[in-house]
Ligand binder design. Structure first.
Ligand code: LHQ
Length: 267
């Protein structure tokens, strides 16, 4: 059994998953990718969890793939066959990216330091991205001769448009958190010392909302980007029907009419 490279904690309905290899800025190893995915699946299956926060231990959020991993480290001997790093992506990154995007509850990234390569893609895949002022985002892939992965090519142009996406991906410059907020890449940049408390407060707020509808909103919005207007209207209608049969809608509407605070339970 590999050692745990993430830490999991729970405060009420909020589950926090902390990437925990601080000496390597929480760079991804295969055990960490497996453990993170399992942690997300566990949170998804546990009806007592209504929001997830992903953050990093130490001074980094996640420096992307651990480049010293034997699975992908290129051999210096030209006689050795080149390694197919696509295997790692197919078997570890794609399942993780899909699990994250399909979470039935909101997921917050609390980016406490540098988020590079797949670490940036992971953060930007979350529903709301908070970052400390000293955090930064680096599309590090180009610097080592790779393309953005873990959803990067899909996310970046959607988040900031093609021109900015290509600027970030081709140049690989460090984008400070404040600038990331200014260009609409992330939700909000806060002082470093406020990051953890702001993330927990935001997670608490989301956890008290109708989380099933929040996850459905993400899904329908993502789908709408691929649809024509009429099809998007129909997709909204289908989702609205599903929500309309939910307990949360009954509760939300009743609470409004009775002028009281709603208590949402659907998952
Ligand atoms: C690391 C790493 C790292 C190992 C810092 N690996 N040790 C998917 C699948 C298949 C193949 C490949 O790629 C992918 C997707 C990807 O994610 S590709 C992108 C991979 N990531 C990078 O290229 C980023 C590499 N790291 C950096 O450029 C810098 O470390 C950044 C800019 C993130 C931070 O710089 P500094 O703040 O100056 O810190 P540092 O460089 O001194 O790093 C601290 C330590 O962490 C250091 O170890 P050491 O033993 O010398 O203290 C680094 O070696 C280690 N580290 N990133 N990805």
């Amino acid at each position: 059994m590999p050692e745990m490279q993430i830490e999991i904690s729970q405060d009420g309905a909020v589950r926090t998953v902390t990437l925990n290899r601080p000496a390597a800025l929480n760079a991804f190893t295969t055990p960490m990718l497996v453990q993170l995915r399992q942690a997300l699946e566990d949170a998804a299956a546990d009806k007592a969890v209504r929001c997830v926060v992903i953050t990093g231990a130490g001074r980094g959020f996640c420096a992307g793939q651990d480049l010293s991993d034997a699975l992908i480290k290129p051999s210096l001997d030209p006689a050795d066959a080149p390694k197919d790093i696509g295997h790692l992506i197919d078997n570890y990154y794609i399942p993780l990216a899909k699990s994250l995007r399909a979470m039935p509850i909101p997921v917050i990234a609390a980016v406490n330091g540098v988020a590079a390569g797949a670490g940036a893609s992971l953060a930007l895949s979350c529903d709301l991205v908070l970052a400390g002022a000293s955090a930064s985002f680096i599309q590090a892939f180009a610097k080592i001769g790779l393309v953005p992965d873990c959803g990067g090519t899909w996310l970046l142009p959607r988040l900031v448009g093609r021109a900015k996406a290509l600027e970030l991906a081709l140049l690989g410059d460090k984008l400070p958190a404040a600038e990331a907020q200014a260009i609409g890449l992330i939700y909000r940049c806060v002082p470093d010392e406020d990051l953890a408390a702001t993330a927990q407060a935001l997670a608490l707020r989301l956890s008290q909302m109708p989380v099933r509808a929040l996850a459905a909103t993400r899904k329908v919005m993502d789908e709408a980007l691929l649809l024509d207007f009429g099809s998007a209207l129909k997709a909204e209608s289908v989702a609205q029907s599903q929500m309309g049969f939910g307990t949360d809608y009954l509760e939300g509407a009743a609470a409004f009419l009775q002028k009281r605070k709603p208590s949402f339970t659907d998952r």
